[in-house]
Design a protein around this ligand. Sequence first.
Ligand code: PEP
Length: 251
Amino acid sequence: MATPRTMLIAGNWKMNGLENEALALAKGVVAGAADVRCALLVCPPSVQLSTVAAAVSGSGVALGGQDCHPSANGAHTGDVSAEMLSDIGCGYVIVGHSERRADHGESDALVRAKAEAAQRAGLTAVICVGETEAERDAGRADAVVAGQVTGSVPKDATAANTVIAYEPVWAIGTGRTPTPDDVQAIHRHLRDTVSANHGADFAAGVRLLYGGSVKPGNAVELMGLADVDGALVGGASLVAEDFLAIAASSA
Ligand code: PEP
């Protein structure tokens, strides 16, 4: 039988904040972590990972990178490897965020190679998928996310080393969200898709996060959906009280 899914609230800090701000934010999250029942993850910019690693050490708050290179090392100027992330204290890495797919032209094959690298290094890969507004308007959201998840999740991934984040591109940073019924329906569709690809145990155990304008005001409704196992939070993760309020809504 698959392990019950623990709710995970993950903060993607993106390219925000200087080191003193990252430290204060990490300390704020740590200060409230004992009061929430779900798992917490923070993903600061890579140059701040060591500072945040020290701040969250021993607190139960997990640390993640925002991206990794498929290779373990080599001539890849500006990149970081999954092994480097693991070495500095990360347990997770986000791969395939829509901003990387759009800004850096990342394909499903590259995202899968990054997820494989993460899993090779012992990290859990948070693999992001999501349709654009034009794709949704054309009635293609289900097909797009099924294609992304099929192309991006490694063949030998396990439910323990994989998290899938459904983030409709049009909901990221816009204050707009799909209806709860739409979120549940597409999460169910994603779970059915991974069941077909990886088997029923994988599908029952893998955590599916919703991301896109999650705030304290909508978290109870979104996090209460049957196939939603947590959130990937951008803007609201930059304020410790808001991030913790979302987490408190999610147990
Ligand atoms: C994100 O980019 O992962 C995200 C969900 O951002 P926001 O919460 O700001 O919409």
